[in-house]
Write a protein that binds this ligand. Structure first.
Ligand code: BGC
Length: 546
């Protein structure tokens, strides 16, 4: 292995497989390893470098598999370890690397350790793997403090002791079925190193780390003065008791040593919703994790000034620790970009934007999503594509209430519908049962007409989003990876234009009027058509050879 091949991740495009919704190979209505194996050629043709697979461990699926009952096995709904091994071999044979999702902050309440904790006494070593506390008030009837779950409601749940009496409370940042581990316990630390080793030994190339900014807590902190912060948003308080605490970095230094002891070294990607970018950079110092999702970019408005700010800040701050930037528009926790940008109204010329409350304009959203895709893939560093993004799938906003599965729905008192709308199973064919997803329906209902957005339909349309992504991913390999963003001065605040090296220019018009293209030898790729007189229209990106 050369140094360059060890650094593959610095410039990689990683495709996120939400396995339950990707492809159903067994016909039970849920995606699985068999389905993914069948579709590996599709991913290879798309031109991505690696896959990140959402949790596939045994789980009651109360939180889509982020409630893990056994970290060293695979849920029978998704397959088994021998199929996982076959998947790894086949993917590697196609030059695709595989990242799994590790969930170290919590387990499922079905995990053996949690069952043992419930059966044991307060103060026992079994309880010490989780965060159990006595309640407040004369009979311990009140939760230990006012901390809230990010899914809504209290972050504490009371148990019944083995003798039938009302008992202690356990802490859960997320659903009640997801008790948090106590990371001050050396046994928990050792266990996770061993779990990582288990999968690395099987041939897994790395991990996306769920809630990488959680794990370490200061349970002595007082009540939190809450405002109405949203899902996965941390309340904006300094010295937060359970997010982004400095102690977490020591854990990652140990994890990095383990990853580096493998040949080739294994990779870690942090899911850390922290602010400002300087805090994120701490996770990717050279003896910690390799890279981190850039949620600042994901949240940026469709406006030239906000995108430019985010790009500049990300590149500068990450470069200060020697880490590459990453770019992400979608994942399984956020609204699909077609819908998000179809809602957003940009006040052209002012470089500002606001979110419209009105109906989504999907045509507009898709047009912008194409431009946004090309912008993202023109930037230096790594990029992430969430399954279906390459098809331009919108958020499904009208799932029937009785179909909703995200715990956010119930925990928010049915005020937040949650994240199911971006998790609807993929359409592979124009017609047929479950539009080619599997043979027998799907675990979330697919909307009527979903087949018009299928891979089959996109293959047949040379102007489809799929062809755009495929071409962009192929051409991206020719953009010199080491060349930074070199902004071109343009006399229009709604236009982004930058050079990478001497031969490549990317221009995005986010303003209301068409603009002239800068000098160029050749138009390489466009997210939409030029005007009749060769101008770049609103919400359009061009890649140019100069
Ligand atoms: C995952 C979510 C999950 C949560 C709890 C997140 O950050 O991406 O899907 O609900 O962690 O594990």
């Amino acid at each position: 292995m050369t140094q360059a091949s060890h650094d593959w991740w610095r410039n990689a495009v990683i495709y996120q497989v939400y396995i339950r919704s990707f492809a159903d190979g067994t016909g039970d209505g849920e995606g699985d390893i068999a389905g993914l194996r069948n579709r590996l050629p599709y991913l290879h043709d798309l031109g991505v470098d690696a896959l990140w697979i959402n949790p596939w461990y045994p789980s009651p699926l109360n939180d889509g598999g982020y409630d893990v009952a056994d970290f060293r096995d695979i849920d029978p709904r998704f397959g088994d370890l021998s199929q996982a091994k076959a998947l790894l071999d086949e993917a590697h044979g196609l030059g695709l690397r595989i990242l799994l999702d590790i969930v170290p902050n919590h387990s499922s309440w079905d995990h053996e350790w949690f069952k043992q904790a419930l059966a044991a006494e307060p103060g026992s070593p079994e309880r010490a793997r989780y965060i159990f506390r006595d309640g407040r008030g004369p009979n311990g009837d009140e939760p230990p403090n006012n901390w809230r779950s990010v899914f809504g409601g209290s972050a504490w749940e009371r148990i019944t002791e083995p003798d039938g009496s009302p008992g202690q409370w356990y802490f859960h940042i997320f659903d009640v079925s997801q008790p948090d581990f106590d990371w001050s316990n050396p046994e928990v630390r050792a266990e996770f190193l061993d779990i990582l080793r288990f999968w690395f030994d099987l041939g897994v190339d790395g991990f996306r780390i769920d809630v990488a900014h959680g794990m370490v807590k200061d349970m002595t902190k007082p009540d939190i003065p809450y405002d109405e912060s949203g899902l996965l948003d941390r309340p904006k308080i300094a010295d937060h008791p359970f997010f982004d605490r400095d102690g977490v970095h020591e854990i990652y230094r140990g994890w990095r040593e383990l990853a580096d002891s493998y040949d080739p070294p294994r990779l870690y990607v942090a899911e850390a919703w922290v602010e400002p970018p300087e805090r994120l950079a701490r996770y990717v110092r050279d003896d910690e994790l390799h890279s981190a999702f850039n949620f600042d970019y994901l949240k940026a408005a469709w406006s030239a000034s906000d995108l430019r700010r985010s790009i500049d800040e990300s590149v500068t701050v990450l470069a200060s620790v020697g880490a590459p930037a990453t770019w992400v528009l979608e994942n399984h926790d956020v609204e699909r970009v077609v819908t998000r940008y179809g809602r957003e109204v940009t006040a052209a010329g002012e470089g500002s934007s606001r979110i419209a409350d009105g109906p989504v304009d999907e045509r507009l959203g898709r047009h912008r999503a194409r431009a946004a895709g090309l912008l993202m893939l023109a930037l230096p560093g790594g990029a992430y594509i969430y399954q279906g993004q390459e098809l331009g799938l919108p958020e499904v906003l009208d799932l029937p209430e009785d179909a909703l599965q995200d715990p956010v729905w119930e925990r928010s008192g049915r005020t937040r519908r949650g994240r199911d709308g971006c998790r609807v199973p993929l359409p592979w064919t124009i017609d047929g049962p479950s539009y080619g997803f599997g043979s027998d329906g799907s675990w979330l209902p697919q909307p009527d007409g979903w087949g018009a957005l299928s891979v089959e339909a996109a293959e047949a349309d040379p102007g489809s989003m799929l062809h755009l992504y495929r071409t962009a991913l192929r051409m991206r390999r020719d953009i010199p990876a080491a060349e930074p963003v070199d902004w071109i001065q343009v006399d229009n605040p709604d236009v982004l234009a930058f050079r990478r090296g001497t031969g490549f220019v990317c221009v995005v018009n986010l303003g209301a009027q068409p603009v002239a293209l800068p000098d160029h030898r050749q138009v390489l790729l466009l997210s939409g058509e030029l005007t009749e007189d060769g101008m770049l229209p609103t919400d359009t990106t061009a890649w140019l050879a100069t």
